[in-house]
Ligand binder design. Structure first.
Ligand code: PLP
Length: 384
């Protein structure tokens, strides 16, 4: 099938995934895959999860949609589980880009300033505000003029601190850049950016859309670095695949987002909230500890067995977010296809990176099996 009735904004692989179970997916030709994508960092708890199915089905039989004109105990519950530990409250939306739009708006309104500092190779979404905050010129081409007031600095570079001045409403960053090629922030740099932002009266916005929801072994990746952001955005993994997003912000910011200042018809939809409520219960301390242990194991495996393969330039990652940077002469999209033929689904990212985002529930044995397929495939690639 060639898709003819949908805008060709995506290069699609020539198969359709028709069902899933746990960490396995099956396509329309009956081929089964081990999944190292989680639907781009979304289905951390895997597919066809009975606890989630039950929660959503139960809500499905009650009411699908109520609008935000009435109280919602589900929203209250999800917001509490997300933000309470960090003194934050939530504003719900339906995607990552919307969460960053809300963050951008709130930062301007709360500080009375308009400028934002973002970073090269960042990704924050594709609507105008978040596209304007995204450090990738390629995806902005032809869409200008963008939102004014945004400038960019080099990630992990201390010279960026000089760009943070009292004109800035906010500094926005990912603690691990995902689309940017799985670039991990240096702990001391992240801390210095936070300190400088707060000194300058700018809010620190951390985009946890990809890194959040347990991906790095903590609920939020910033917890690994003991950072203290003013605003945090989440989406992808929050409801394990039901569209949802949230902006979390310090309680003190509530007065700048009063009635009528922001909103969305679908935001905090009961089906999404029913799923998110269960997801957040599942991501308990013990589960997160398991994610950390598995990622330590994978890191060890990659160091020992994979790193020295000819086709590989370097390996980066944090938790179950891994980047295998291939040599310039190796075509990453070809590698992704080759792995598909061997029953493994993977992703690519900037800088010729083979990106791995396996479901968080995947046992170590299956993670090992996937790494084995990658090893075997990369070992057999001739590097020019
Ligand atoms: C995916 C992503 C977004 C955008 O989320 P959408 O739901 O696609 O709008 C924003 N920030 C980061 C870090 C992401 O990975």
């Amino acid at each position: 099938m060639m898709m003819q009735h949908v805008f060709p904004t995506y290069n699609r692989f020539p198969f359709e995934i028709v069902s899933g179970n746990g960490f396995k997916l099956t396509d329309n030709k009956g081929m089964t895959y081990l999944d190292f994508t989680s639907g781009i960092g979304v289905c951390g708890l895997g597919y066809n999860v009975s606890k989630l199915n039950e929660a959503v089905e139960k809500q499905l039989g009650k009411v699908w949609h109520t609008s935000n004109l009435y109280e919602s105990s589900l929203q209250e519950s999800v917001a509490k589980k997300l933000g309470e530990a960090h003194g934050m409250i939530a504003s719900f939306c339906n995607s990552g880009t919307e969460a960053n739009e809300a963050a951008f708006k709130l930062a301007r309104r709360a500080t009375g300033k308009s400028e934002v500092l973002a970073f090269d190779h960042s990704f924050h979404g594709r609507t105008y505000g978040s596209l304007s905050l995204t450090g990738n010129d390629g995806i902005k081409e032809g869409f200008g003029p963008l939102v004014p007031g945004v400038s960019f600095a080099k990630y992990n570079d201390f010279a960026a601190l000089d760009e943070i001045n009292d004109q800035k409403a906010a500094v926005i960053l990912e603690v691990v850049q995902g689309e940017g090629g799985v670039v991990v922030g240096d702990a001391s740099w992240l801390k210095a950016v936070e300190e400088k932002a707060h000194e300058a009266g700018a809010l620190l916005i951390i985009d946890e859309v990809q890194t959040g929801m347990g991906r790095t072994g903590k609920l939020f990746a910033f917890e690994n670095f003991e950072l203290n952001p003013d605003i945090v955005t989440v989406a992808k993994g929050l409801a394990n695949g039901i569209p949802v997003g949230a902006m979390l912000g310090k309680k003190e910011l509530a007065k700048f987002f009063g009635p009528g200042t922001h909103g969305s018809t679908f935001a905090g939809n009961p089906l999404a909230m029913a799923a998110a409520d269960v997801v957040l219960d599942e991501l308990n301390t013990e589960f997160l500890k398991g994610v950390s242990e598995k990622s330590d194991f994978i890191k060890f495996l990659l160091e020992q067995k994979v790193k020295n393969i000819d086709a590989i330039e370097s390996i980066s990652g944090f938790g179950l977010m891994i980047g295998i940077h291939l040599k310039e002469t190796v075509d990453v999209s070809k590698v992704v296809s080759m792995l598909q033929d061997k029953g493994l689904l993977t992703l690519s990212a900037r800088d010729n990176t083979l990106r791995l985002l396996p479901p968080l529930i995947m046992p170590a044995s299956e993670l090992m099996a996937g790494i084995e397929i990658i090893t075997e495939t990369l070992e057999n690639i001739l590097v020019a």
